[in-house]
Design a protein around this ligand. Sequence first.
Ligand code: ARG
Length: 668
Amino acid sequence: MDPTVSGFLSRAVQQEADIARLKADIARLQNSKMQDGSDEEDQVSPELQKLRAANDKLKFRITHLKRNIEAEKGQSDDCMPDINEVLKDVFGDAIRAAFPDLADPVIAVTTSQQQRFGDYQCNSAMGLAQQLKALGQKVAPREIAQNIISHVGENDIIDKLDIAGPGFINIHLKKTFVCPILNKILTRGVLPPSVGEKKKVIIDMSSPNIAKEMHVGHLRSTIIGESISRLLEFVGHNILKLNHLGDWGTQFGMLIAHLEDQFPNYREESPPLQDLQTFYKASKVRFDNEEEFKKRAYALVVRLQAHDPDIIKAWKLICEISYREFNKIYDKLDIHNLIPRGESFYQDLMGDVVKELDGKGFLEFDEGRKIMFVPDTTIPMTIVKSDGGYTYDTSDMAAIRQRLHDEKGDWILYVIDAGQGVHMQCVFSGAKKAGWYDPTKNRVEHIGFGVVLGEDKKKFKTRSGDTVKLKDLLDEGLKRALDKLKEKGRHEVLSPEELEAAQQSVAYGCIKYADLCHNRVNDYVFSFDRMLDDKGNTAVYLLYAYTRIKSIARLAKLDQEAITKAAASVAVSLDHEKEWKLAKCIIKFPSIITKILDDLYMHTLCEYLYELSTTFTEFYDVCYCVEKDKQTGEVVKVNMDRILLCEATAAVMSKGFSILGLKEVSKM
Ligand code: ARG
């Protein structure tokens, strides 16, 4: 048996024995309790409680191990092996066997950056030398590497191991290990790596403000949030996307006052209000200049907070108009199931939050305000203003509590610009202090991102210096995409429908990709010219690469059915060096996903897809897939196993696109 599997099995057997022993202990303890006449549940001794907890933990671990064994064997039907993890297990076992004295040995496995260093590398030897030195044993890293290798038994995964430099172990994979994974991709589709327990994940994303412009910062939050949620959904987590709209606050006073004046019968008839931004600006001018108007606006805020039905109606009207506008953008960007749950939702919950924080003695008086200091920051949160009103801090405290306690979120992610980092840290710290979550159990994280810059490296603005309207930006994208397609003469070969599909795919795809392909924490320069370039790491390049790959099977006159059938019967040879290289790149996909699950940096996926398509090009340049007669142009030979490689590449690309929110087209 493969040593990984046997390693797992022997550990599982060991655990099973531990459980049996614990069960016997529990039974014995219960027995003696019974004899005491105190068998009640709530009277269990601390010793028994401890044993039960240990038992639960072991049960959890054994299911986890069993799942791993399945995944290792590649027999688990609904996932694909993460090669990094598989190798970590193989080397983990070998290292523990070679150095039984080390309590926590270094286990470092990575993908090799260069072919000549193998496919993967185990770089533990240097670290282990340090660990051994601390125990008073002086061993050279190369010797350690040799020792590790001698403990890696015969297995189905590794073809060959060699030592390089001071003690790096180069790992070469077996073709017989890689081939079945390719076949699985072709017959079962691109499956995620196994991630263990499914989590309930709440993603706070997009979150523009009612009656105000949805700006490029909100666009980034929307694009990044959507992509992360698609990734988490792909691996099987349960996602709730929340749009934390700025839909409450004093600005509604002036908006409603202006509404009353402009559309006095708004209660009976919906006002034909189209341009809410202009309306907002007009009401702001009045608010700043007309004393009487200002007073009325304040009085309306009070009535809104008291839930006066007329005023609530006006508020709803304004929110709906705004939301209709936002939805147009979400539709274009193919964003669905984004639940509008703005700050207003938490209004009724804030009183309780204040009471709880006050009760716990966390609130201090400061010039009429109630503030709360939290660990790790010197700036306190303002929980209650001097006029008794609540703040952005209060609503986020109420929101996090609701998400943890009512929504039972295991993970709560906030996709918000990096500028709000301090605010988020205060909220997280405050929630921890209040005992609302345990960071070892809940993953609560601010997914920050930098600002969008114009080509002049200054804040992104229109030529006239105004903020860029998202709608205009998307429209310009459409126009530029069409120009680009026409420049390439595509309008002459594509039908009008195909051309339109390609135009949308390129326009929205390039905007999303330009955002996602950069490390999100950095600022990035928005440039249509750069994002529409068909060379380099761009959406246009990838979309073209994809259509080219898909056209190969078409050229060979093979439909999906024929390909699936071939995948079940044709063994891919991987004899050519470039075939082998491409195959290894394809099966790296699950490791890429695992890595992103850890840091939620989507640019890793973009870089991988770019690497995959350049590796494909290398292969395609030298490996004929479909051979044609030079004179007649007729297809004379179809290399089925290479077509299968093409299709597996396309399948992985397509999965990557769907995670990034790109829409591939089969013709472009
Ligand atoms: N509406 C806010 C803004 O435009 C973003 C809200 C983000 N989410 C949150 N829970 N604070 O800046």
